[in-house]
Write a protein that binds this ligand. Structure first.
Ligand code: UD1
Length: 364
């Protein structure tokens, strides 16, 4: 049984790593790894393959960056001949990036079964490109693997038959637990001259935050205050770096001496950096989940989350982009008033094995 596994953008790599490892327990599955090339910089792609021990992709479609329509169409055009040539029994996609929906659509149009890992998450915000990718991918998938109960509930409400939905836990957390000891040995704190618990980490890349000068300006107002008493380490996404200069905000950022912009980091250094931080400020989805397991307070700089369990039982609070709200939550963290998080059900490091067992039993 041949399964084509698709990755494209940075957060996909941590999700596919445990699956590639778990396939070894099911000799009847022949996994093929396809990289669409949506992300291509060494620090956005290759570094993750090396650090996470992911086998080199069998195929790289080399699609690269473009507008949504062009990127999605280019991925589809490049992926269709691969499916025709490989004759897979199933295509497996992860997450919610353009590569996910593009390859999913190609698969089902060719009559190939589609498997979606990290299904059912909903922010209920259709202005978010990933929400469209999630809704559409789930609507056409044959097997849907969920990380949290809200995902199962959303899918059932959307009319997906119960027997196609599986609550299996979180493959991103499998990767975190598998690599935590290795990450602990990273000397990134020394390299950046940081002390455990005495700095914050910031990541920002959502178009709603970094493409709009008024929103980005509001976020900078809050960061200006925080960096006065706590260094903020900001591994900056290429999209955000380009926008700071395009929107004329780079001088304002430069003037904040304690807001330290650094290049995107590898997985292990970033895990060490976040696990030792006082708090994390982010608009990422995956980092809300990782900080929950690391028990590090997380302020999510968005109006909503598609991962509600991280705010219900985890260390996450969705604070939006209003500086007053961000600073209010920040002060709670520094004064020690923050919930001690619990681990969501099944986030135990074995999600990849559960998925492969189900694939082995149901696709055969
Ligand atoms: C994509 C995903 C987003 C995910 C994010 C993680 C979609 C719609 N968005 O957003 O869900 O959270 O990845 O990073 O799929 N660029 C580089 N080098 C690279 C890749 C990108 O410089 O290796 C620059 C390019 O200027 C590009 C821009 O970043 O135009 C955006 O890249 P793109 O893949 O379109 O979206 P992301 O913002 O990375």
């Amino acid at each position: 049984m041949k399964i084509l596994n698709v990755v494209g953008a940075r957060p996909n790599f941590m999700k596919v790593a445990p699956l590639m490892a778990a396939y070894e327990t099911c000799p009847t599955i022949q996994p093929v790894l396809v990289h669409t090339g949506q992300h291509y910089d060494e620090r956005m792609s290759d570094l993750f393959f090396r650090q996470l021990g992911i086998p080199q992709p069998d195929l790289n479609l080399g699609v690269g960056s473009a507008s949504h329509a062009v990127q999605t169409a280019d991925i589809m055009k490049a992926f269709e001949p691969v499916v025709l040539d490989q004759h897979p029994d199933a295509v497996l996609v992860v997450g919610d990036v353009n590569s996910t929906i593009a390859c999913g659509l190609v698969a089902v149009k060719l009559g190939v079964r589609l498997v979606h890992v990290e299904a059912g998450l909903r922010s209920f915000d259709r202005a978010m490109p990933e929400e469209i990718n999630r809704l559409l991918t789930d609507a056409i998938s044959d097997l849907l693997f969920c990380t949290e109960q809200s995902g199962v509930d959303n899918l059932l409400r959307e009319g997906i038959p119960d027997e196609r939905i599986f609550l299996v836990g979180n493959v991103m957390i499998d990767t975190l637990l598998r690599n935590k000891a290795k990450a602990d040995a990273s000397n990134i704190l020394d390299e950046l001259n940081l002390t455990t618990g005495e700095y914050a980490v910031l990541t920002l890349h959502r178009p709603s935050n970094v493409d709009d000068p008024s929103v980005l300006g509001r976020l900078l107002n809050a960061l200006e205050v925080i960096q006065k008493d706590l260094p903020i380490i900001f591994p900056i996404h290429p999209r955000t770096r380009k926008n700071l200069s395009r929107l004329g905000l780079d001088q304002r950022v430069k003037a904040m001496s304690n807001l330290r912009l650094i290049d995107p980091m590898g997985y292990l250094d970033f895990l060490k950096l976040t696990s030792s931080a006082k708090l994390v400020l982010t608009d990422s989805g995956g980092i809300q989940e990782e900080t929950t397991i690391l028990r590090v307070p997380c302020l999510t700089l968005r109006e909503n989350t598609e991962r509600p369990i991280t705010a219900e039982v985890g260390s996450n609070r969705v604070v939006g982009t209003d500086p007053a709200k961000i600073l209010g939550a920040y002060r709670e963290v520094v004064s020690g008033r923050w919930r001690r998080p619990q681990v969501p059900p099944l986030w135990d490091g074995a999600a990849g094995q559960r998925i492969v067992k189900i694939l082995c039993e149901t696709l055969a």
